[in-house]
Design a protein around this ligand. Sequence first.
Ligand code: IMP
Ligand code: MG
Length: 184
Amino acid sequence: MNTNMMDDLEEVLYTKEEIAEGVKRVAAQIRNDYAGRQLVCVGILKGGFIFMSDLVREMDMPAELDFMVVSSYGNNTTSTGALIIRKELTCDIRNRDVLIIEDIVDSGRTLSYLKEYLSGRGAASIRICALLDKPSGRKVELEADYSVFECENKFVVGYGLDFAEKYRNLPLIGVLKPEIYKKA
Ligand code: IMP
Ligand code: MG
């Protein structure tokens, strides 16, 4: 990896400003849809943490925050479906409205598994809010109820998204140069 993370990008997809604007737009949709209700926001670590921290501050409504850590069996750029829960929820979601906050929906496997898992815990409702939606990557039927951007089938990093645990702290979202993940 270059010392300047930007040198590893093929292009910038969304700037800091575009992300901030998109996050505000989605936060307003959520506030509108859940008016008068109190949400439990479940952030999926690590990818969702930056998005979640910005989103919940723009929502302007009561919300409880919790986190899960999940990892899928698979390599760095694709997931296989089997999911390991590495950190459980700490709050009781029975009869609660749950909003799962995730970095990206690609194959849809992670979130379709999680949705089923959380509905087994007795949630009253479960919706998904993803920073990015990659519909072309879908392997199972799953829709994000909210997404900030729809992106094409390219491997992206930044604003929480990683490749091999790097680039999460880039303030923008960019396409990683294929030579970076091909040599890994
Ligand atoms: P899914 O189960 O295939 O929908 O995969 C979701 C997970 O794969 C995300 O939470 C990411 O960690 C990872 N992922 C999928 N596409 C990308 C990408 O373009 N960049 C970084 N991570 C990705
Ligand atoms: Mg990841």
